[in-house]
Design a protein. Structure first.
Length: 149
């Protein structure tokens, strides 16, 4: 993926997720940021495919905070969009997922200050036009800084 890339279709965004998944290790935490409709959930579908999780399962975790999938390792998918300013935001318990045998992916991680671990990989999504999305990677901490994505 490099530091940044433009996707020209949902399928291309899925492929980017699939490619990234091959480079992920258990214990990795990804923060997906950017506006509604930018392609964060589409990207997570690609991650799932790359982790050999059966197709078609990944949807936005709208009514639960975290959905769990099992492939070559776990995928723990959270969406904090609705949590802005809510007191329960502090008790989501995401920390327990960080310790488990899998990858934790958090949409709208920036909605809840303090929810992210010290080290994480951020992928920021921007809408360029109706079909194109710009994805920018930022490594936070040495766990990610020294790896190629
Ligand atoms: N290049 C692209 N990558 C990802 N999604 C795209 C792209 N072009 C159009 N779309 C559309 O944008 C929407 C992205 O939705 P979603 O992944 O749920 O966004 P988010 O989770 O960021 O709110 C989908 O309807 C998808 O079909
Ligand atoms: Mg989403």
């Amino acid at each position: 993926m490099g530091r940044g890339v433009t996707s020209a279709s949902p399928a291309a965004t899925r492929r980017l997720g699939e490619g990234l998944a091959r480079k992920l290790q258990a214990g990795d935490v990804l923060a997906l940021t950017g506006p509604v409709g930018a392609g964060k959930t589409v990207f997570v579908q690609g991650l799932a495919r790359g982790l050999q999780i059966p197709e078609g399962k990944v949807a936005s975790p709208s009514f639960v905070l975290v959905r769990e999938y099992q492939g070559r390792m776990g995928l723990f998918h959270a969406d904090l969009f609705r949590l802005e300013g809510l007191p329960e935001a502090r008790t989501v318990g995401l920390e327990e997922y960080y310790e488990r045998d899998g990858v934790t992916v958090i949409e709208w991680a920036n909605q809840v200050p303090g929810i992210l671990p010290e080290e994480y990989l951020e992928i920021h999504f921007e809408v360029v036009d109706p079909r194109r999305r710009r994805l920018t990677l930022a490594a936070h901490g040495s766990r990610y800084e020294n790896r190629e994505f």
